[in-house]
Design a binder for this molecule. Sequence first.
Ligand SMILES: [Zn+2]
Ligand SMILES: [Zn+2]
Length: 191
Amino acid sequence: MSIDSARIVCTGCDYETYEVYRPIRIRYQTTNGRAIETGCAKGWCYDCASYSDIERMNQGELHDELVSKERERLEARHHQDELNCGFLSNFRHRSEKRQLQYQLECLNEEIAELGGLLEIAKSRKPKARCLKCWSDRTALLTFDSESNIAYDFKHECGGNLQIIHDHSGPRINFRVSTYILNEEGEFLGEE
Ligand SMILES: [Zn+2]
Ligand SMILES: [Zn+2]
């Protein structure tokens, strides 16, 4: 598998690094025996002084995402009800119904994952950890979909980080790694 890359640059200084889409999965092994699997987020690590993969442990972000997915599910269910009622319901909209069913299954999974993550985020002390050095001195980066600039983080020079999708970076093949962490984000093992 070949993976596209992009560059991360700073709008205020000459900081530049490569973004590599490395497939990292995180599995939280909770003390009550549950396992919650998820992806990682993008952020800044103050200890590495670099752009880094971090845990998705931002309570506000998780909450907003959960609310918006729940709204999406409500709309999909409502639409499903509309398609299912009426005289011709068995014959019409067959492919649309199948698509909706699939969408609902995906939403159910995402909502369960977000709910589990939010529960962990609420009860733990450390913030989102850097997946390189495990420090929790991190900041979440959300790149704006139009300008590609992350306005939620200010670099030490006062500038903002921007992602540039010019596929100029090295294309590296990685296998998927799964990091197993406890609820406090402490590393337990890798698969
Ligand atoms: Zn800078
Ligand atoms: Zn770090």
